[in-house]
Design a protein around this ligand. Sequence first.
Ligand code: F0G
Length: 461
Amino acid sequence: MPLTRRSWAEPFKIKVVEPVRLTTAGQRAKALTEAGYNTFLLRSRDVYIDLLTDSGTSAMSDRQWAGMMLGDEAYAGSENYYHLEAAVQKAYGYRHVIPTHQGRGAEHLLSRVLIKPGDVIPGNMYFTTTRLHQEMAGGTFHDAVIAEAHDPASTHPFKGNFDLEKLESILRDHPGRVPYISAAATVNMAGGQPISLENLTHVRALADRHKTRVILDATRVAENAYFLQQREPGQQGRPIRAIVRDLCALTDGCTMSAKKDPLANIGGFIGINDSTVADEISNLVVVFEGLHTYGGMAGRDMEAVAIGIEESLEDDHIRARVGQVEYLGEKLRAWRIPIVLPIGGHGIYLDARAFLPHIPQSQYPAQALAAALYLDSGVRAMERGAVSAGRDPLTGAERFPKLELVRLTIPRRVYTQAHMDVTAESVYCVYEERDKVRGLQMTFEPRFLRFFQARFTPVNS
Ligand code: F0G
């Protein structure tokens, strides 16, 4: 019988392996209790398949590891900084490059320089650290993403798009008070959903008309470009690196967590075209991060980022990376497990509201689901719902977002198809037994970014 389709395989082979450990149900129950039902508080040795995040968890290539040996650990003017600067300029096109220790370091400096108290920052959905730095600089974040982004079942192909009317009304209502529009490539909190080039072109035009800037969160811009290559009219067949350049060219600058797309374990940067803003950030970086030619990174890490940027833009790489996420998602979809659609770029997002309809949002169903999954198999996922959304800084009230999700985040180049199968089967088993999952109450709540360190216990029922 002739084959109707041929499989593709990862565009790499494995040179170094790291053992992972299966635990018993008893060990997992103990570890989860000790961690206060928060997967961020588990020890990694107690985790079997770690899908907490795709941040800093990539497997580096042999070229990146070789580059690490070329670390120039000079305090000032490290050769690796110039490699990084050249890689950023070539890949993303920004004129000035200021390194930071990771993405939130970039967000901190950019927010401090651009935002004044009372300013308003519209964006295509919030991200936890991004919004916090905007708020800490005295600004207020205004959500201007399309309504479909808040609906897990909507199959809109560009759920990262701005609602242009909403954006325009925010700009009109706050003349002179919008320092920049915050545009994320693949919107993390919406499920890793892309913004189209067409939409970003309109955003650019609105920014020009209202004399403000567009700042890109470029953390997953290559993954965004992949979706445009697959879905956006006119983008089929174009190289990922060309689409990435086009996306960046519509913006005035970016913040980057080099722990994601650029395949490094640590690092970040700001790319910015305006020389005056670049000078101000360069000055501030020495206060908070380190000299402007290392910004909190070792020379070897800057080299790994520079090489990783190049590798992240290879079409083969990005197809396999998003392809693995799609493989896991399609398995779950075939079993009718509620996930965010379309399948996103860096992970599968379980719809905890639909999964656990018996748990009210005030009892954190996504947190409870992540805990149940860990108990079942040792797979570690992350809550992306009410716990992540935190509290309104003015009223102190809890924010209950429409999306109550659990993210199974796939590290880049780390796990195999068999790991995806084991993960899917564990989700299936928890789904079969979902009636037994109980809600949680918070027993400890930190002031900032509470999801990282909060503790919980099951609600008595
Ligand atoms: N922007 C986005 C879209 C992110 O996903 C992250 C981090 C950051 C900024 C901040 O970068 O961690 O290097 O300081 N996201 C991680 C995650 C933590 O798991 O999604 P960072």
